[in-house]
Write a protein that binds this ligand. Structure first.
Ligand code: ZN
Length: 215
């Protein structure tokens, strides 16, 4: 049984990016999925590479099992967020899998994907369309001010940053999405890469005051 106080359980993995992809050297990257409890079970946000075992361990930690996972929501189509989907879907065949409408065609899936638009709800999460990083990138807002920001931003050593330009499909749109997220003034913000930071609303405001990096 899922503990009634459990709202969010991060699933943290370290991913090695070979030299030449995210820079000249090999890079170790923090990749996160999240389990979120709702009245009828658990919802999973993102399915990174080889994440099924780590998600299974997280389910153990919260006293739940794969049968409790009712929904899988993908923030966007990049492989570091979706390539564990087939393994995950096989372990929770009853779960409905969702993604932003414009990203569905870019996600390889063994199960049907249901398309999400801005303002839609999946259980206790509200979809906040935040295109730019990818055309169909979505963020998810939990009722009590917790924002799952996907790759709209990331954190590094306690600082909030924009994703590298090389991985941003439309930088102008990405900047508009950041302004939209800032207006939500989240109490907590959980990102796809990097640890949670304090005062995310203030950090988003400060980030927007700085000029976008043009890397
Ligand atoms: Zn991404």
């Amino acid at each position: 049984m899922v503990h009634s106080e459990m709202l969010v359980e991060p699933v943290v993995q370290e991913l090695r990016i070979p030299a030449g992809i995210a820079g000249p050297d090999e890079v170790t990257m923090d990749v996160r999925c999240f389990l979120v409890s709702h009245p009828a079970g658990l919802l999973l946000i993102d399915t990174g590479p080889g994440s099924a075992d780590a998600i299974g361990a997280a389910l153990d930690r919260v006293g739940a099992g794969w049968g409790d996972v009712t929904d899988v929501v993908l923030t966007h189509s990049h492989p570091d967020h979706v390539s564990g989907l087939a393994d995950v879907a096989a372990r929770c065949p009853g779960a409905v899998v969702w993604a932003g409408a414009a990203d569905c065609k870019d996600i390889t899936s063994t199960v049907p994907l249901r398309a999400l638009a801005d303002g839609d709800h999946v259980r206790n999460l509200q979809v906040v369309a935040a295109p730019g990083h990818t055309a169909g990138h979505i963020c998810l807002l939990l009722e009590d001010g917790i924002l799952f920001a996907g790759d709209a931003v990331f954190t590094d050593a306690g600082a909030l940053k924009r994703p590298p330009g090389a991985f941003t499909a439309d930088p102008v749109q990405a900047e508009e999405s950041l302004r939209k997220l800032s207006l939500l003034e989240p109490d907590r913000m959980l990102v796809g890469h990097g640890a949670e930071i304090p005062d995310p609303a203030g950090a988003l405001r400060r980030l927007l005051e700085g000029a976008p990096e043009t890397s």
